[in-house]
Design a protein around this ligand. Structure first.
Ligand code: NAP
Length: 251
């Protein structure tokens, strides 16, 4: 059974692995046996240290993923260091909050560039490598706002809805090439991204009341889903958006 989920010898590239959900995923992949390339604008020293303590290879790769120009140098550097990429986790993302009537073009572009445009071109670059090898697992981080409208986050909702669509498109094009492209849609997870919601007493209460599990999620809650989608256990799962949300969408 454990062999189904075993990632020994696999190489994962995880973006935004220094904190939050990306860190939770990187550590779960490491616990399942994978070596991890941690890419982001802040060094993932804590994550890399914990991976090495597990006996895995962990390395930092500096990349500002607000710019597509960062993609190919990053992929080249990871391939030079690790020789291959078996698993890509597109986790890095940002959010900007303002009423739709006041929303600026800068807040639109910043979120769309990082959450959607760079994500696509990272899929493309790593996808070319995976297609050449005939196998690979791509996991995009979606959101409840891949399914719902949200409020005061127009570019975030647009970007995460786009992530859902791209995940399905790439699955359609690459499933027959041995690549699995899927997404995880986290519910409300306690990270920097949701700090503003957690500290807003009213919003925090409203959110908690709606979560059947009765608590915010923890980054570690996302790890098991990532291991599943990175492993042989999900070989026939394609274009799926797996909600890990304490039941939020079931409400
Ligand atoms: P977080 O703690 O704010 O982490 C975001 C990560 O993305 C950080 O590592 C951040 O690096 C990185 N990042 C942002 N902009 C970047 C850039 N230009 N270049 C490189 N890295 C960049 O938030 P999180 O909650 O863990 O979010 C991770 C993903 O989950 C995001 O895609 C988010 O939209 C998604 N998500 C979160 C929730 C939730 O409830 N928390 C729910 C659904 C989906 P820095 O540390 O340097 O900023």
């Amino acid at each position: 059974m454990t062999q189904l989920f075993d990632l020994s010898g696999k190489v994962a590239l995880v973006t935004g692995a220094n904190t939050g959900i990306g860190q939770g995923i990187a550590l779960a992949l490491g616990q399942a046996g994978a070596d991890v390339a941690a890419a982001g604008r802040s060094p993932a020293d804590e994550t890399v240290g914990k991976l090495r303590a597990l006996g895995r290879k962990g390395e930092n790769f500096a990349a500002d993923l607000s710019r597509v120009a960062a993609v190919q140098p990053l992929v080249d550097a990871v391939l030079a260091e690790f020789g291959r990429i078996d698993i890509l986790v597109n986790n890095a993302g940002i959010i900007r909050r303002a009423d739709a009537v006041d929303f600026t073009e800068e807040d639109w572009d910043a979120v769309m560039d990082t959450n959607l445009k760079t994500l696509f071109f990272l899929c493309q670059s790593v996808g070319r490598h995976m297609i050449a090898r005939g196998s690979g697992k791509i996991i995009n981080i979606a959101s409840m706002l891949t399914f719902q409208g949200g409020i005061r986050v127009p570019s975030y909702t647009a970007s995460k809805s786009g992530v859902g669509g791209l995940t399905k498109l790439l699955a359609n094009e690459w499933a027959a090439k041995g690549i699995n492209v899927n997404a995880i849609a986290p519910g409300y997870i306690a990270t920097n991204n949701t700090a503003a919601l957690q500290s807003d007493e009213t919003r925090n209460r409203q959110i908690m009341e709606r979560i059947p599990a009765g608590r915010w999620g923890d980054p570690a809650d996302i790890g098991g889903a990532a291991v599943f989608l990175a492993s042989r256990a999900s070989d026939y799962v394609q274009g799926h958006i797996l909600a890990v949300d304490g039941g939020w969408l079931a409400r």
